[in-house]
Design a protein around this ligand. Structure first.
Ligand code: BES
Ligand code: MN
Ligand code: ZN
Length: 497
């Protein structure tokens, strides 16, 4: 889909979308159109009680010289902000798809008294673009009605140049979101540790990022017994991928911000085998790693002035004759030993070594990990919020703010010492599960905490938000790429000045 920005004008034909602010009625262009259509728009608005609320939608067939006019409610003007404009853009994309439009002009019919400088056009375009994502590479037959129709979206705004340049930056981030969604959507026969690493290398080196891929012999030399234990039952070779992006080479503080991702390309549970029903979902147990790869692509793509490193642990959790058993004790790179009482609590094992490696090698200013770590976080927060655990209140606040701004929302959960005691064990330095069933997400978090030293760190448990069961305004059902836009916002707000 091609997106253009133009000065406010009515096109000579086709489909027009008029974005109407709540209780503001038609703007200048809307009134022109209404007059040309003999008052058809205002009559329809009255009849349908269309006031411009954010869910309001009204379609008028063949008014004046147009095929159709869609009136789309934006909600109140004084509450306008980027996430709301994005949602409107996403809804518009879906509506245009439903009426099989091939091109359309969206008119942001701003009221005269709209605050100067309020420029929603780029956000609206981003929302439409994000909604347009599809993963259909494995569909060899699609009926005409199943294919997306919209190829060109023109947005009429008072400030087309400003919109074009801010959309340019956002487009780099949206491309990265699509990269992440592609990775997360792939089935596990196609995307396994080596093919994942290769795709990251291809995409990120092209963006000027340095990519290192560490295979099993290197990981063994580093002493990563926790990560390697997870992949022991798999035919696929475990990989650790390091992405270094140097966007601020002259900055005094050379220490990067680090992002670490859980990349379990398939999680059967291992010998602690998962039930069959729903196991296919575990192809997206690498969504944390996918988000980290996408985030680094986003930062490089929009040339962020920051030094960032991404580290992803790629491993497949399978049961076979060589697989690790419940009760096995492994030695992590940190030297700490772990009694693996449940082979299905594998994400924390993989991350233990990835986190330690990152801290040890890069001494980052701050470190954020993303992981589809626990089913328990879905019980706690559903798909509305990701769970956040942090050892630093300032960092937590910064992330919460970025969540609100980006629409990828976080909710902070407690990481108290009382939870930490619950993973002590007699046989080793720690065990990978607690005895009880309570606070499963916090247990995961305190386990990870033992591998971050005193680094400012936050853990995002994204098990509930990585995959959408139904469409939302800007995220079609499927892989969400949760974390890419959140952390891109976080980096922009906190580290780039
Ligand atoms: N990958 C799962 C967590 C998960 C569950 C993600 C559902 C997405 C949807 C993780 O590896 C896991 O199996 N966690 C266990 C931990 C338990 C054994 C302590 C869980 O949550 O049941
Ligand atoms: Mn598991
Ligand atoms: Zn898992």
């Amino acid at each position: 889909m091609e997106i253009n920005f133009v000065k406010p004008a009515l096109p000579g034909s086709g489909t027009v979308v008029l974005v109407i602010f709540e209780s503001q009625g038609l703007g200048e262009l809307g009134q022109t159109l209404d007059r040309a259509a003999g008052g058809q728009l205002t009559r329809a608005m009255t009849a349908a009680e269309f006031t411009g609320k954010s869910d309001d939608m009204l379609m008028i067939q063949a008014p004046a010289w147009f095929d159709r006019v869609l009136l789309v409610g934006f909600g109140p003007l004084d509450k306008a902000k980027p996430t709301i404009a994005e949602a409107a853009g996403g809804r518009i994309y879906a509506l245009l798809g439903a009426v099989k439009a091939t091109s359309a002009t969206v008119v942001l019919d701003m009221p005269k008294d709209a605050p100067a400088g309020l420029n929603l056009a780029a956000d609206l375009a981003v929302g439409a673009l994000l909604r347009s994502y599809r993963f259909d590479k494995y569909r060899t037959v699609q009926k005409p009605g199943q294919k997306p129709t919209l190829v060109e979206l023109t947005i009429a705004t008072l400030h087309p140049n400003a919109a074009r340049s801010s959309f340019g930056r956002a487009k780099a981030v949206a491309d990265a979101v699509f990269f992440t969604r592609d990775l997360v959507s792939e089935p596990a026969n196609m995307l396994y540790p080596e093919s994942f690493a290769e795709r990251v290398r291809e995409r990120l080196t092209a963006l000027g990022v340095t990519v290192e891929i560490l295979g099993e012999s290197k990981l063994a030399k580093l002493g990563m017994g926790a990560l390697l234990g997870v992949g022991q039952g798999s035919e696929r070779e475990t990989q650790l991928v390091v992405m270094s992006y140097n966007g601020a080479p002259k900055v005094k503080n050379k220490r990067p911000i680090a992002f670490v991702g859980k990349g379990v390309t398939f999680d059967t549970g291992g010998i602690s085998l998962k039930p069959g029903a729903g196991m296919e979902d575990m192809k997206w147990d690498m969504a944390g790693a996918g988000a980290v790869a996408g985030l680094i692509a986003a930062l490089a793509g929009r040339k962020a002035k920051v030094n960032a490193v991404g580290v992803i642990a790629l491993v497949e959790n399978m049961p076979d004759g060589k697989a690790q058993r419940p009760g096995d004790i492994v030695k992590s790179m940190s030297g700490q030993t772990i009694e693996v009482l449940n082979t299905d609590a594998e994400g924390r094992l993989a991350l233990a070594d990835a986190l330690w490696y990152t801290v040890d090698r890069f001494k980052p200013q701050a470190m954020i990990d993303l992981a589809t770590l626990t089913g328990a976080v879905i019980i706690a927060l559903g798909s509305e919020f990701a769970g956040m655990f942090a050892n630093d209140d300032v960092l937590a606040e910064q992330l919460l703010a970025a969540g609100t701004e980006s629409g990828e929302k976080l909710w902070r959960l407690p990481m108290a010492d009382a939870y930490d005691k619950q993973i002590d064990t007699d046989a080793a330095d720690m065990k990978n599960i607690s005895d009880g069933r309570g606070a499963g997400s916090a247990i995961g978090a305190v386990f990870l905490k033992r591998f971050v030293k005193d680094t400012r760190w936050a853990h995002l448990d994204i098990a509930g938000v990585a995959w959408a069961k139904k469409d939302t305004a800007t995220v079609p059902k499927g892989a969400t790429a949760f974390g890419v836009r959140l952390l891109d916002r976080f980096v922009a707000d906190v580290f780039e000045h």
